[in-house]
Structures are given as C-alpha cells and as structure tokens.
Design a binder for this molecule. Sequence first.
Ligand code: FRU
Length: 536
Amino acid sequence: MISQSLRDVRSYEEEMDRRIADAPRPAFHLSARTGWMNDPNGFSYYNGEYHLFYQYYPFRTEWGPMHWAHAVSKDLLHWRHLPAALAPDMDYDRDGCFSGSAVTLPDGRQLLMYTGVDRRTLPDGSAQDIQTQCIAVSCGTPAAGAACAGSERDTPAAGQEAGAPSSSESAGIGAGAVTDYEKYEGNPVLSGRDLPPGANRNDFRDPKLWRADDGTYYCVAGNRTEDRDGQILLFSSPDAFHWTFVTVLAKNNGRFGRMWECPDFFPLDGKQVLLISPQDMLPKDFEYHNGNGTVCIIGSYDKETHTFTEEANQAIDYGIDFYATQTLLTPDGRRILIAWMQNWDTCNFRSIDWPWFGQMCLPRELSLRDGRLIQQPLRELLALRKDEVRYENVTFTDLLRLDGIEGRRVDLTLSLRPGNEKELYRKFALRFAQDDTWQTSISFRPYESIVKIDRKFSGSRRAIIHQRRCRVRNRGGRIDLRVILDHFSVEIFVNDGEHVLTATLYTDLSARGISFFADGEVTMDVVKFALQDMRQ
Ligand code: FRU
C-alpha cells in the first residue's frame, strides 16, 4: 500500500519537473530531481537497468526527513527519474528513511534494506534517534506490472478517472518498470536487541546487503560503540527478511574518526575491500584530512569464520566534495563505485538560486594495483566523447593556451614530463573554468610529488575549505592526468587512477577557458574531447 505522503511527494515531483525544467544542471552527473540529495542508496542492476536511489528531501534544498528518490539508467550516464520510492510514513521510520541498499530476490522482486529513524525526545528535552534496519520490496514481479495493492497503478488517484494515465505512466515510465515498494509488515528487521554488547542503538545505520554463492544473505552496517568509536557489524539471513548478528567485522580502535557510516564490503582482484565514510576525522600526513572522509581498507576475508584481516588502508578521494560511497557489480563483472559529490563539511558552498542541491560523482571502475585501490572513469563515458583535439610534444616554460582547448564539458588527458632532462621543472598548473575573474586549478610540484586542487575562485562566498593537497607517486617529473569537467564539477584521475581529486564549482558557465602554466620546462601531450550533454 502506497501512503498518502508518498503520493503527495510524487505529485509534487511532477509539478516541479515542469516548473524547474530550465534549471542549470550537470550534463551527465545525476543531480537531485528537486530539493536535496545526499548519499547514493540501492545502487544495483535490476531487470535490465541500473537503479540508483538516493537520500532525498524534495521540498527544500536542505536536509530534512529523508525519502528515497529513484532513478534508472542503461549506461550509468543517461538517468531517468522514476517516482520517489520511499517516504518516512511509518512509526519506525517517521523521522527518515536513511541510507541502505538493494538486492534481487530469487522470485524476481527487488528488496530494499534501509535505516528507519524514529527520533524520541528525552526527559531533558534533547532528541535521540532510534535507528533500526527495515525492508521494502517491489510490488509484484516486473512482468506483472509491479504495482502494489492500492498504488496509483491500480487505484485511480483522487480526481483521476479510471483508465486515465497514472502519474507514473505520465512520467514516461514503460510498462513493467518497477515503481512501487511495499514496506515489510515485520519491520524493523534489525533493532537494538540484535546488537552485540557495547554497540549503540542510536548510531546503527546504512545496511549494505548482498547474496552469497550459497544463497545466504549478508549485510554490513555502520555502528558507533558506547565509547564513540566506529565499527562495522555483519549480519546474516537465510531469506533477506530474518536477520541475526554474526560478528564485528572491523573496529576503528581510534584510527579513522568516530562513527563509521555507509560501509560496503566486496571482493576485488583476489582481495577483500571494506569502504567506509568516517565522521570527525583527524588529519594524517597527506592521506587523510579533517572532517568527514572516505577510507578504503584492503585485506583478506575468511568466509568460514567471517574474519576480515586488514592489510592496507588509503583515502578513496583526495579532493573536497566526496562522501558516502556505494558499489555494484555490472553484468560484465566490473565493480563500479558511486558517491555523493558533496561533503557535509562543505555543503554550504552552493548556489542559493537553484531549486536542487547535490550531485553524484561519475561512476568509477575499481581495481587493485600494487596494493592500492585504482579508480578509473566509467568506460561508457567514451561514447559521449566528440570533437577530438590533440597536441603532442608541446614544450613550454610559462603561460600557454592551445587552440581548441576550452569548455565546461570536457574529457582532457595530459601526459607530462620534464622538458629538460638536466633540470626538473618546479611547478605545473592546469587552470580551467577560467576567464578574467574566475579559475579553478590543479597543480603539480614534482620536487615534493604534491598535487593540489584549488577552487578558491570558483564562485564560493563561504569561508570553507577550497584547496586540498595529496602526495602522488614520484615518477621523476612524469605525471598523467585525466580531467573530467561537467559544468559544475571536476574529477581528476592521477596516474591512471592511483589518486582521484573531486570538487564541485559554481563558476558561471561563461568561464570556459583552459590554460597551462609551467615554472621550468615542461613537455606534454594533450588529448581533449568535448562531452555530449545527456539532457539534449
Ligand atoms: C551519510 C549519512 C548516513 C545516513 C544518511 C542520512 O551521509 O549520514 O549515515 O544514513 O546520511 O541522510
């Protein structure tokens, strides 16, 4: 049964689609349909399409009682919104349907597992969340039209005649598309009583589930211990509805911030990877920075004893706007990561005029190389490339502009090396989203092996972080950069994905310039493509 509040959200979405059709948007990054977006949820391949849900407050561009928005895509680049999937409309989730994930059941239905939030007021007047894990299941099978009893597919909405197109049909949703999810009558399926000793039930969230080869379902969830440290809990279930605690899979022991949010846990290239988003981090060298960060822990996993043995850790992204990762496995076996292309510490950097807030990063293909997580832009992006411009062996010692190298939807590959074998250059910089007033830049100092992103002149009116540095592998002044620009963001893949730096920018789209700078002698190859606008 679809609630009246979810019906109201869906009508509001349709009205806003008409009212804000001309709003400025990224061209191929998914942005909030209307209002607010944070974490990706339920990132999955289901019924021949990729599904991406996200944390959503449709009515304002601020965080509010969380809903799940819903979008589908054939290539992870062209996204089409379906009606919102979940609203906070039950006692156990009345203050929010927080982050979670999706899996396909053997009968063909799609199951969503999410965190229900019930905020209670304590005797001293302060608020305290009770966080539990809940289930919602797609209605019917895709072939049967996927309607819940009482949904707009089988019951005419108020004022709508029987036989008239339903709201989901008028949104261009094909027959058979799954749009409705029914909350399980046995919710919550995991709550405080399922937690091990020392685990806090107020910070217990973001279940990521999967089905193992033997048919058992597992999920990992973020948790905070009573003494404020992060840990990841593992649960199992024979049917995805009845869950029991298995073990504490990983413990922070004071290393990475406090509460660990948004875990993901999967095999990759012969190892096992745990991704987490810790809150309240302290900096460490050039690897981890203050605030909300993202961490990749690489190790091995004993499936019999459920023991995860850590071997190495690293940041996932070294830029500014990145948080809350989630991955899926494609039908052709690629592990793809997506994340919220914002960060809680910087989300007051925004346009106050836009009717939406929040974008997802470009989906990234994951692999391991020499013990490190490697991220490469989704290969489907190659299909959006057009208008190639190529330069080889360009040597320069100062400012440089190259004909045909400009734009705000750009896929730019640079290969740099010292122009003079005897004297290493001191600095290289690439400036983009540039005009006489504005510029965003990425610079490289080979003596220190430091890459720096700087978006100070990118339209921000806030006193927040605008620069960040990371240390890359010393290759004697050689460095490869792949820079993806999409109107209001930049993602920089260094040395074939060994490091990635991501940032949003709000520079006016008229600032389209790209230029190069060298202090010392640099030689470079440049390949530039314009990228198609998916919305045209
Ligand atoms: C991470 C997070 C999650 C939570 C959601 C709420 O960004 O705090 O832990 O489920 O956002 O919107």
